[in-house]
Design a protein around this ligand. Sequence first.
Ligand SMILES: [Zn+2]
Ligand SMILES: [Zn+2]
Ligand SMILES: [Zn+2]
Length: 753
Amino acid sequence: MAFRVVVRGVVQGVGFRPFIYRIAKGKNLRGYVRNAGNSVELLLQGEREEVNEFVETVKRDHPPLSEIFSIDVKSVADNEVYEDFLILKSEAKGETGSAIPPDVALCDKCIQEIFDPGDKRYHYPFTVCTDCGPRFTIIEDLPYDREKTTMRVFPMCRDCSREYEDPLDRRFHAEPTCCPVCGPEYILYKGRDRVNTSDPVRDAAKALDRGRIVAIKGVGGTHLATKTTMDEPILRIREMLGRPQKPFAVMARDIGSVEDIAFLGAEERNLIESFRRPIVLLKKRDGALSEYISPGLHNIGVMLPYAGVHHLLFHHSREPAFVMTSANIPGEPMAIEDKDIFSLGAEYSLIHNRRIANRCDDSVVKIVAGEKTLLRRSRGYVPQLIDLNIEDRANVLALGPELDVTACLLKGNKALVSQYIGNTTKIKTLEYLGRAVENLMSLSRVEEIDAVAVDLHPGFSTARLGEELGERYGAKVVRVQHHHAHIASLMMEHSVKECVGIAVDGVGYGIDGKPWGGEIMVATLKGFERVGSLMPQPMPGGDLATRFPARMVAGILSSKYPLKELGSILKDIKGFRNSREVELILRQLDRGFNTPETTSAGRVLDAISALLGVCYERTYEGEPAVKLESFAKGGKALVDIPVAISENKRRMVLDTASILEAALFAIGRYKKRDIAASAQKALATGLARMALMAAEKNGIRVVGISGGVAYNDAIVTTVKTVVEAEGLRFISHRRVPCGDGGVSLGQAAVAAM
Ligand SMILES: [Zn+2]
Ligand SMILES: [Zn+2]
Ligand SMILES: [Zn+2]
């Protein structure tokens, strides 16, 4: 008898066909296996019982990197008789419904080889096998075969071909298989001049040990690297990139070095050692490394080596860790072309000659309220599909908001969320978004789009791109409110049809045209009702109040004091450039000139941060609030701060002016860290109470939190505690970021409805 078997899932590029081959041979089945589109297709000749056993074995023992969504078995006519079991060339066209795997950290067997002097891959940085190595970053089209990757320009030598063809070899059909004879190579440059050396990686490591800055082209992008134990080169990178304060990630030599740098919990250890190798935010040990790596923060982003080049750099170095920060001009995508890498101005550049097909930044995770939370979902996670519990069959493309953008392609009950794209106010990043969209479509074999989802904000360049794409595909353009999208993405993750959502972030365009960011909504995927918010607060100077948070102190306290009195209070607060600035702000508040009102939770946290002298200028997104979280870590919520909720035009409003005023009163009587912890707790308690009231009124049993403020461990822990104490279910993000990187999924979900 003959059977046609189709396996859908993450089944390409994960050693799936050789795995199938070994089982089929073992069970004496005949026929073939091949990649088809993005599934794997088999013809099996044998008895029905053997085939059933075969399917059970596949389900039970499939390779660790693979994921099976479904296995379809159909009996078919027995025309051709196979003598043996074969691995056939891939079918170019085929069915859809499956995916390619993300990039995988170098496996232990490959690490052993590169440090074995007798091995042909000794010290060869591009060593990989079926169980490890780049996938998404080298693939240009499906099916996942060498000719469809950026490895096609490196024809395999005879040795490599033999391994590639041998079903019993670890490199059987491992598409990036190569060796020093046939594969890519590194070249070291000093400035733009090629360094004449037999070992460019060793020389780069020596340069790092001397405190030099080295640009290192890696798997999915380029890092700027330097020592972690010396301030001077770190400050120089800050100058090069125009990033005075933004934290840099570090790569530690091994798990022991991680523990020398930071405190490592069990869950964090699992994350940092997983094959995805994300950057994990850990509580740092003071004084272990230069303070300039994550200035003003209690934590530090740490990752372990994930490519051959990283292991080799540490092998040749004495350092416990390197700074490894994405090499890009702020706002622009990471440099991957030689000319862009050179133009960064590093002293040395270690560059290889394999093209990066898909740029992919390091992913970033943090434990928030005891759960893994993604800050950036990229390398190691993308392009893994997110399985959703919906029946809709529409193809929807969503383009995200403006900053921290990802794109999302929703296809039936699967969502494909792109890698981190970034700040789309920069033209290069917007172009990158356009290419990423094309890529999502070709990797999932989608040619038709039914709807394009974009933000409600009329000025976003992503919305303009959406209009263009809508026209190109004859698709309807659907505008989705920012915070509704946040909550919708949360609902999608948890298969929840209705919830009370707490959407807290810096800013998103409201349906009334005002900047929102501290909203309580009763939401379904179809729509929402804004049932509560933070008190609208004036932002004197508009965007200037975002950059200089002391202005928010003035704005928020202006409802509590006559302007004259406010003026004398503000004199004691640092963070204004001079007394003339204070005069100007008072005049703006008096006349309401250039003073939009916002319900943003981010702006309230910024104000608390400036009031307590934690941060006076925002040089990266979220800086004052992120530093406040770190500052408050050392404090206790001892200060009595009022949580006052009123009803205004049938909307609940949390009085944030009273919170700030109470914090102001407490200065001098309490430790500033205690005030910080107390103010955060009051804000969180107020949000949770409003959500609970809305839940009760509407008979809803689920409360969730989303938005960039949901990275704040103390705030989320408080909200969770208050909600669960009432016996309700609390949900937060696990699979996409809480921040704007998760918005595209929610936009797509809303548009699909
Ligand atoms: Zn390997
Ligand atoms: Zn070779
Ligand atoms: Zn947002």
